[in-house]
Design a protein around this ligand. Structure first.
Ligand code: ZN
Length: 1265
């Protein structure tokens, strides 16, 4: 806990202040506080407590005593704040926040932290504060804010002692946000860290495996799970969950052999899982599904019963039971099971749909329509359009029927309204015997069977329909028996009577069907009706217990919704596997063939999409928030699967037992503690009660959270008790000032860059000795980077479609005219189109034509992006229902020859289509045959699939000699290699940046939105023959686009996204749009955001350049820092590059010079500090000079650039593989670095010399072209 000292010292300082104040107050005679005052000892103990202890307090043997002390401290602090009328030091609030956090009083913690934030301008230097704040946000599922807070912690203090916990939580949140790449990275960073955190490494490994599964990388997932099973002393809970996942994966995926084989695998795994944890309702449920799919109906029923017995009532389970009953030709039982499902989850689209199908099969179209309508209203409904068609069809049918024909018919099933009012479990119980006999006697008896059973049930509904609310009320009244008013007493009596009745009913019910059971010839439960009975009774209790659920379970429903929509949008393989799953549900269409033929496809379709989805949610719990941002509460989502939830949140809330029986309970404390935070205005209540509509929660939760971090945070949404008076309005503006400032990566300096290196290093050394933490010296003017706010004032709407800066070239002289360079690099021009460049320079573009490329290197690798052909400038989800930002494409590889073939055939196909259209021969049968050819594989939703050949590497000078040589004809400033190009000073190849890449396109091929690596400029030439369309947004709007990405759960830096132009228009973001014709060169200026789509068939070539300008350097460094914050690798090693620049280039631009010099200074200082610390700790630094063209180094774990001092494991060093770590990652794996050697690449004197010799050049010698 070395790193903890600084802020503990700060905290201690706050305490001594308080001590003084308390002493002063005592002196002033207010002695009633005396009993509350903290002893010196207590104060010392408290001084050592902050957010870093969160999750670890209970592990300590003095945990309970600590909590008492914390409670006392909070009380004491609050009364002090009251007395001082809120005028206390800001640290005081921070500490109060920590105490409340440790006591898990999140709303008060947030309130106190918020106060600290508003008072402390440089709050971001306080890692413990940021960490505590992150934990509170995490608790409230305000993931966007939690992520920000946690990332800030690691940015300001990469060696933070709870870095592992942060990575773990970041991993979890990114998983929920569907940013799997980031999630995996953070889990891995957590895993390599040998410090303690709230999950074991087995659990983290489980998450990694589950992450693969969530991403549908089933083989990797299987491998990871199986690897995990080999772990010694694997905790039973983890083991059970792993086996459960494996079982379910074998059931749903084609991992091994034919159906029988894979089902037997699945069953084996699930049985083993149940051995490890016999109480898992989930495993029982899955087992039921497996049995059901291989036709072992009785085993399936038993498993489902066990599931209901073991876990809370689940809509999925009841739905599956319904399916099973329906297959068994027991419509009444099926009906009741479905009703059970939809009562538990009103939005269970699959159950509604199944119920509709059931009604249809029983010739009750009116009820069917109602059910289908309910299904379409559900957010989980992924086949709304097919359902709508089905509804229309049924309605039309109804209209054609003679009046009253339906009414006169006897109904097989009670109407939906009747069915809804039945208390289900009892109904199921009493139905059992009746249904079986009905089955034997044929369907004529349906009606009578129904009337028999219905009446007693309805009576039951009256007599013992004690709702859980009533039960709860009863308990409350009982508890306060002695203090009731007359009305309450009367109520108590009534409730008691009902309760007695209820109990008798239960008994009676048991007896009666006990009689009915054994006489059945084909009992569904051969183990005897008694057992069945127990199961049913338990389930009725469950049902009761969870009637409260409609409210609580809304989030579950939500989770489901999100998930389904996820599956709907990402289609793909899942659809295929679902087909298998859904077969049984297709077969269940009972009778009434005639009414079905038209709707058959729609029904089966519905089955395919819906039925398995709802089951699958369990395995994919964590992804369920997709696209729905803040409104989701993952704690609740997680509650879908208690085992997973135990893994996910169990230990994080440190008083929850992850062990054996906490399974069901551990989901509830989370929910309860939250609703208990009853501060009306608090975000806790808003966020935790998760209202059904995501929209309705969004503004509130966002607001409450924004209030803390946004520049406009004058308002405090939360004022925990005792803080009411503390709203000092004085500092309201502070955060505004603080936050409005755009990223200051290169700030004004505390140490002059004009001093010599020796003076500078001396100054830094002295600073270090003044008690400041080393890493903070130069950091204190360098807060974590933030994206720029939208430029102010907003552009008027008529300026949102600006004309694109274009230059028309006629001859070679034009191309080499110096102002062209200036024009392109002018920050005011985000993009420049240089028209007719190829012609003016007589470039032979034919060298890059597909024909020539095939002739030159037909086997060359092409990366292929399989994309959906979207309409013009829009981006729709695969079902074509809504416009979205996410633009996913699958990656694969092929060769130039094969892509060329595809490109050509795509062209010919379209020619043929064109001809057909022209000659106006409408041969329908022909068209149909071609379209059905496509529909099999190539159509997803309504969109055609296309292939984009991208990132074809033309760096090899031998293979592409002619092509590359042709490009040397270009003017210097756009050339791949030139003295004025920063990327030519990196000293090694950065593929695709300082080398050429080729793109081969068919119409619709899309390059999603992005800024270039490290904001470098880029050059793109269209080879033709077709055109490309470009969309361009100026650099200063990247913050707005970043925000849109976050809102859409996309990673601005890493995900694929295609902006919705309407969104941009509304947000006053200007978009340049233009067509790039063959021979046109597009210059993308530094930091410009852009996205491109091919209009015709064409090839493009592109590379990056770095003009030697202050703007380019600044944006590159800013992105370097932003990447660091976001844990994204900077492809351009800016530190390495800066030193090379200092060695090679004379800089005459004072701005550029100052920035470079500052960066060099910072690095110089870091090198010295680190080196001295290592030497002081007795660590040997080994000389390992650089070889020629040796690339810059990156940490093999976290991917930050590692400069000069490389940490290499002993093993890797002796094997000469030199796998590099950064210092922080090295320390995480080996605290005292004993497993590492430190290699040094530069002599300090050398760096100092370069630093000193790098001076501002006179302006005329400026070299660029
Ligand atoms: Zn690292």
């Amino acid at each position: 806990m070395k790193a903890c000292r600084l802020s503990l010292a700060t905290a201690a300082a706050a305490f001594s202040d308080e001590e003084k104040k308390m002493a002063a107050e005592k002196a002033s005679g207010e002695s009633e506080e005396g009993s509350l005052a903290l002893t010196v000892e207590e104060r010392e103990t408290l001084g050592g407590l902050d957010s870093r202890l969160f999750g670890f307090l209970n592990i300590r043997e003095d945990g309970a005593r600590m909590k008492t002390l914390l409670g006392k401290a909070v009380h004491c602090y609050e009364s002090l704040i009251l007395k001082a009328e809120g005028k206390v030091e800001s640290d005081f609030f921070c500490q109060l926040g920590h105490f409340n956090l440790l006591l898990e009083d999140y709303s008060k913690a947030l309130s106190a932290y918020q106060k600290y934030y508003s008072l402390q301008a440089d709050y971001w230097k306080n890692a413990a504060f940021l960490y505590g704040l992150g934990l509170v946000y995490f608790y409230y599922n305000a993931f966007h804010w939690a992520i920000k807070a946690f990332q800030d912690v690691l940015y300001v203090d990469p060696s933070f002692c709870r870095a592992k916990e942060i990575h773990l939580r970041l991993g979890l949140m990114f998983k929920v946000n569907t940013d799997y790449e980031s999630s995996l990275k953070h889990f891995q960073l957590a895993l390599i860290d040998c410090n303690p955190c709230t999950l074991s490494s087995a659990e983290i490994q489980f998450h990694i495996a589950h992450l693969y599964e969530t991403q549908r990388k089933y083989h990797s997932a299987k491998e990871a799970y199986e690897q995990l099973l080999k772990t010694e002393n694997l905790p039973a809970q983890v083991k059970a969950t792993v086996l459960q996942q494996l079982g379910w994966m074998h059931h749903t995926m084609d991992l091994a052999g034919d159906k029988t084989t894979k089902e037997s695998y699945a069953i084996q795994y699930l049985q083993k899982s149940l051995e490890a944890d016999p109480n898992s309702g989930q495993s029982w449920y899955f087992l039921g599904r497996c049995y059901s799919s291989i036709g072992k109906v009785q085993d399936a029923f038993i498993s489902y019963r066990q599931s209901i017995d073991k876990s809370e009532a689940s809509a999925d389970t009841w739905c599956s039971i319904g399916v099973l009953y329906q297959q068994q030709n027991q419509p009444m039982d099926a009906l009741q099971a479905y009703i059970c499902a939809v009562q538990l989850d009103h939005g269970h689209a699959a159950a509604w749909m199944d119920l509709g199908t059931l009604y249809e099969s029983c010739n009750q179209p009116q009820d069917a329509i109602k059910c289908y309508l309910n299904a379409t209203r559900s957010k989980t409904c992924s086949s709304a359009s097919t359902l709508a068609a089905r509804i229309k069809f049924l309605q039309a049918q109804l209209c054609n029927l003679p009046q009253g024909s339906l009414q006169n018919k006897t109904k097989l099933l009670p109407s939906i309204e009747e069915a809804w009012s039945l208390p289900i479990p009892a109904e199921l119980t009493s139905r059992q015997g009746a249904m079986n006999s009905a089955q034997q006697n044929g369907s004529d008896n349906w009606n009578s069977g129904q009337t028999i059973s219905l009446h007693p049930v309805q009576q039951q509904a009256h007599s013992w329909g004690l709702t859980p609310q009533k039960l709860q009320h009863l308990e409350q009244l009982r508890a306060n028996k002695d203090n009731l008013n007359p009305a309450q007493r009367l109520m108590l009596e009534q409730l008691e009577n009902q309760f007695v009745l209820m109990e008798q009913r239960g008994l009676h019910k048991g007896q009666s069907s006990h009689l009915a059971g054994p006489n059945d010839e084909q009992p569904l439960f051969p183990t005897g009706s008694t057992q069945y009975h127990q199961a049913a009774c338990t389930s009725s209790q469950n049902q009761n217990g969870h009637h409260t659920l409609p409210r609580n379970s809304v989030p579950q429903g939500d989770a489901l919704n999100h998930l389904s929509s996820y599956i709907a949008t990402s289609g793909g393989q899942k659809g295929i596997t679902f087909t298998k799953e859904s077969k049984p549900s297709r077969n269940r269409s009972l009778g009434s063939e005639s009414s079905r033929h038209a709707g058959d496809t729609s029904n089966s379709c519905a089955g395919i999409k819906e039925l398995p989805n709802h089951v699958h949610q369990v395995t994919t719990v964590a992804i369920s928030s997709l696209n729905h941002g803040e409104s989701v509460s993952p704690n609740l989502i997680i509650a879908d699967n208690p085992q997973l939830s135990a893994l996910l949140i169990g230990k994080a809330n440190d008083n929850v037992d992850t062990g054996t029986c906490g399974k069901v309970n551990n989901t509830h404390p989370v929910i309860h503690t939250k609703t208990d935070n009853s501060v009306a205005s608090s975000p806790s209540s808003v966020i935790s009660t998760a209202t059904p509509s995501p929209k309705s929660t969004e503004p509130t939760s966002t607001h409450s959270v924004t209030s803390l971090n946004s520049p406009h945070s004058g308002l405090h949404t939360i004022n925990g008790e005792g803080l009411e008076n503390s709203q000092s309005s004085t500092k309201v503006d502070l955060p505004v000032v603080n936050h409005k400032s755009s990223p200051q990566i290169i700030p004004s300096m505390s140490v002059s860059i004009y001093s010599s290196s020796t003076e500078v290093l001396k100054a830094c050394r002295n600073l270090g000795k003044n008690g400041l933490s080393n890493s903070h010296i130069l950091l204190d003017k360098c807060p974590p980077p933030r994206p720029p706010a939208s430029p102010y004032p907003p552009l008027p709407k008529e300026k949102l479609n600006p004309p694109t800066p274009s230059i028309y070239l006629e001859n070679k002289r034009d191309a080499f005219f110096p102002p062209l360079h200036q024009f392109c690099t002018n920050p005011k021009n985000p993009v420049t189109v240089i028209r007719g460049l190829a012609g003016a320079l007589k470039l032979d573009l034919g060298l890059f034509s597909t024909k020539t490329l095939v002739e030159a290197n037909n086997e060359h690798v092409v990366e292929v992006r399989t994309q959906l052909l979207q309409p013009a400038d829009e981006n729709w989800d695969p079902t074509g229902t809504k416009k979205i930002w996410r633009y996913e494409s699958n990656r694969s590889h092929t060769t130039i020859a094969k892509y060329a073939q595809y490109q050509a055939s795509s062209f010919q196909e379209s020619l043929r289509e064109e001809n057909e259209r022209k000659t106006q021969i409408k041969d329908y049968s022909d068209n149909e045959s071609t379209s059905s050819d496509n529909s099999g594989r190539r159509r997803k939703g309504p969109f055609k699939t296309i292939k984009f050949g991208t990132n074809i590497d033309l760096s090899d000078n031998k293979k592409w000699k002619l092509q590359l040589h042709e490009l040397t004809k270009l003017p210097a400033f756009v050339r791949v290699v030139s003295a004025g190009n920063l990327l030519s000073h990196v000293g090694h190849t950065i593929v695709g940046m300082n080398t050429v890449q080729l793109y081969m396109k068919v119409p619709g091929s899309r390059t999603p939105g992005h800024q270039e690596n490290n904001n470098f400029c880029s050059v793109n030439i269209n080879i033709g023959p077709g055109d490309c369309e470009w969309f361009v947004v100026p650099e200063d709007y990247w913050g707005v686009l970043n925000e849109f990405c976050e809102k859409n759960n996309l990673n601005f830096l890493m995900s694929s996204w295609w902006p919705n132009l309407e969104d941009l228009y509304e947000a006053n973001v200007p978009v340049y749009r233009f067509i790039q014709r063959p021979g046109d060169l597009v210059w993308i200026n530094a930091g410009t955001v852009h996205w491109v789509q091919a209009i015709g068939w064409c090839n493009n070539i592109a590379w990056n350049v770095g003009p030697l300008t202050a703007c380019q350097y600044k944006l590159a460094v800013e992105r370097y820092e932003w990447n660091k914050l976001k844990n994204v690798k900077s492809i351009v090693p800016m530190v390495h590059l800066s030193w090379n620049m200092a060695r090679n280039i004379k800089v005459s631009d004072p701005k550029l010079f100052e920035m470079m010099k500052y960066c060099l200074l910072k690095i110089l200082k870091q090198c010295q500090t680190l080196r001295e610390a290592l030497v002081a700790a007795g660590k040997e630094v080994l000389w390992h000079g650089r070889t020629k063209n040796e690339p810059a180094h990156y940490c093999s774990v976290c991917e930050v650039e590692v400069f000069n001092l490389l940490f290499v494991t002993n093993e890797s060093n002796s094997q000469k593989t030199y796998i590099v770590h950064c210092q922080d990652c090295a320390r995480k794996t080996s605290g005292n670095l004993e497993n590492f050697v430190v290699l040094e690449q530069y002599k300090m004197e050398d760096l100092m010399q370069v630093y000193d010799q790098f001076t501002l050049a006179p302006s005329l010698t400026s070299s660029s072209s």
